[in-house]
Design a protein around this ligand. Structure first.
Ligand code: BV8
Length: 230
């Protein structure tokens, strides 16, 4: 057991006070996906979309990584083999907990992407006021997140890591969104052992060799202790 791929979702950041999407009171209860998280929505009403992401970008900067983020950063530092974190989250809590091998397959809140010159810029402020791109000066900045119908980032590196994985672990994800929700089947077919750590059984729970239920801040440090003791 050397190479581990960990997939994380909104559930790992829930105890840091970041809303999940589908749980009670989640983002999708207050906003319609098709109004705020598709390229069509952005073309139709860019102000509504920019306000939605400006709100979330400001909020994430007031939150702190929790024990689950810190435990994964510790595993990265102390594990004898390779650990890669593939996250669906657009927050930076994995990195702020000290992890460095993190792929954001759905982008990040803290970047702005210029659709005129394709440059990406670290961004902590707002975009609704149409600020000029620092490179080309065009007012063409959008959130650097992957919307529904858009191609996720880093797919080649993710599939390469899945091909080399001995263990695939999914943490805090409902298994509702593809292609991420299909990784457990890919990993399983490629011979990896699969483990789910989630508050409740996910939609893909039956694909996992083992599923443990509970809050991430309890399950993840426990699992990391087991791995480092093994
Ligand atoms: C694409 C960024 C082509 C923006 C996001 C196949 C079948 C059906 C549909 C499709 C398909 N293939 C593609 C689609 C279409 C679509 C899709 O999947 N639709 C769904 C709704 C059916 N997918 C796409 O459009 C994707 N693009 O497919 O391009 C392609 C095809 C093949 C290969 C390459 C490309 C792009 C999807 C990305 C959209 N952008 N985010 C933003 O953040 O605003 S998705 C967004 O929602 C998140 O990133 C995440 O992916 C998803 C939310 O899911 P979770 O993170 O799991 O969160 P959720 O709230 O659902 O669940 C939380 C879980 O945590 C729960 O299980 C809960 O029990 C648990 N939990 C809660 N608290 C805790 C906890 N666990 C532990 N501790 C706790 N305390």
């Amino acid at each position: 057991m050397r190479n581990i791929v960990v997939l994380t979702g909104a559930g790992i950041s829930a105890e840091s006070g970041i809303d999940t999407f589908r749980d009670g009171g989640g983002l999708w209860e207050r906003h319609r996906v098709e109004d705020v998280a598709t390229p069509e929505a952005f073309a139709r009403d860019p102000e509504l979309v920019q306000r939605f992401y400006d709100m979330r970008r400001a909020a994430v900067q007031t939150k702190q990584p929790n024990a689950a983020h810190h435990a994964l950063a510790r595993l990265e530092a102390e594990w004898r083999g390779e650990l890669l974190i593939v996250t669906q989250n657009v927050d930076d809590l994995h990195e702020r907990a000290g992890a460095s091998r993190v792929l954001h397959m759905h982008g990040t809140h803290l970047n702005a992407w210029c659709t005129a010159c394709d440059a990406r810029h670290r961004w902590t402020g707002t975009l609704i006021d149409k600020p000029p791109c620092p490179d080309c000066g065009e007012a063409s900045l959008r959130p650097d997140v992957v919307w529904f119908g858009e191609m996720p980032y880093e797919m080649e590196r993710i599939y390469a890591a899945l091909r080399g994985a001995d263990l695939f672990v999914a943490i805090g994800t409902s298994g509702a969104v593809y292609p991420a929700a299909g990784f457990v089947q890919d990993a399983s077919q490629l011979g990896a052992r699969t483990l789910e750590l989630n508050l409740a059984r996910s939609q893909g729970s039956h694909w996992f060799d083992e599923s443990r239920q509970g809050p991430a801040t309890q399950l993840v440090p426990q699992w990391v202790e087991e791995m480092l003791a093994g």
